[in-house]
Design a binder for this molecule. Structure first.
Ligand code: AMP
Length: 283
């Protein structure tokens, strides 16, 4: 597996692949890899000749006071895991390589980033869209894989690709979970022992929301209440938002028609966790 740190290095390798007529599936990550990331790589291998991953903790998507500095970094381990999973190339640039000077171009997503995490992390999705646009232009993959765990991100990337005509297909992979339902996340490493147990609250609240839909509840507000009550049963869990929204527009739903996205962000201790679930209304 190649480990490349420069834009020029990736471009040169890409030229070679074009000459050989080979297709690339791309998995952008911030490293500290877990099974969720590896599931994306595995699916990528089914979709293209080579899977390329990036490992880059992108400063433009972190707000002031967020965890950019302390975000877990372990490139050696990430390289080992990606290599074992059959990735062909890892792009691991420095901040200087990606942003030789402060970027002038901003991508704004005035509607989609209003909701859910966007409402609590100003500028976050603008930073995500910028780095993903840059990575797409550098790697030029045929297909790129994203996790449903970051549902709003996946919706925004799909829209970015559509609005700016990136010649890439986006595939979204279901959330990979721990045995107790906790969505895998690099940030789970922050959880202290007791907090790890409390973190089950998010999945349990989503399940409670799902049960309510299956039991006939159609009011978005009521579903939010059900999930909030379920979260509140756990000590040390501080909800940031609990939402029942349209999976396409991310707008709050008044009455659930055929499907609803249930989404939660909560602090467990000082760690901010997110999770979500799409629930289909039974016919
Ligand atoms: P990150 O390194 O957190 O930026 O995530 C890189 C990619 O992996 C994103 O597309 C995430 O949505 C995806 N991802 C993260 N956690 C999971 C998970 N538990 N299951 C599936 N995909 C995930």
């Amino acid at each position: 597996m190649l480990v490349i740190t420069t834009v020029a290095g990736v471009r040169a390798r890409r030229q070679e692949l074009w000459r050989q007529g080979l297709r690339v599936a791309f998995v952008p990550t911030m490293g500290a890899l877990h099974e969720g990331h590896l599931a994306l790589v595995r699916r990528g291998r089914e979709l293209a000749d080579e899977v390329w991953a990036s490992v880059f903790v992108n400063p433009t998507q972190f707000g002031p006071g967020e965890d950019f500095e302390r975000y877990p970094r372990n490139l050696e381990r990430d390289v080992e895991l990606l290599s074992r999973e059959g990735a062909a190339l890892v792009f691991a640039p420095s901040v200087k390589e990606m942003y030789p000077h402060p970027p002038e171009v901003r991508i704004s997503l005035p509607t989609l980033s209003q909701h859910l995490c966007g409402a609590h992390r100003p500028g976050h999705f603008s930073g995500v869209a910028l780095v993903v646009a840059k990575l797409f232009n550098i790697v030029q993959p045929e297909v790129a894989l994203f996790g449903a765990k970051d549902f709003q991100q996946a919706v925004i990337i799909q829209r970015l690709v559509e609005d700016l005509n990136f010649p890439v297909r986006i595939e979204v992979i279901p959330t990979v979970r721990e045995a107790d339902g906790l969505a895998m996340s690099s940030r789970n490493a922050y959880l202290q022992e007791g907090e790890r147990r409390q973190a089950q609250a998010l999945w349990q609240a989503l399940q409670a929301g799902r049960e309510a839909v299956l039991g006939g509840e159609r009011s978005g507000r009521e579903l939010e209440k059900v999930m909030l009550n379920a979260l509140r049963r756990h000590q040390g869990v501080y909800p940031q938002y609990v939402a029942a929204v349209d999976p396409h527009t991310l707008e709050p739903v008044d009455r659930v028609a055929d499907r609803v996205l249930l989404a939660i962000a909560a602090l467990v201790g000082t760690t901010r966790l997110i999770d979500n679930l799409v629930v289909e209304v039974p016919r």
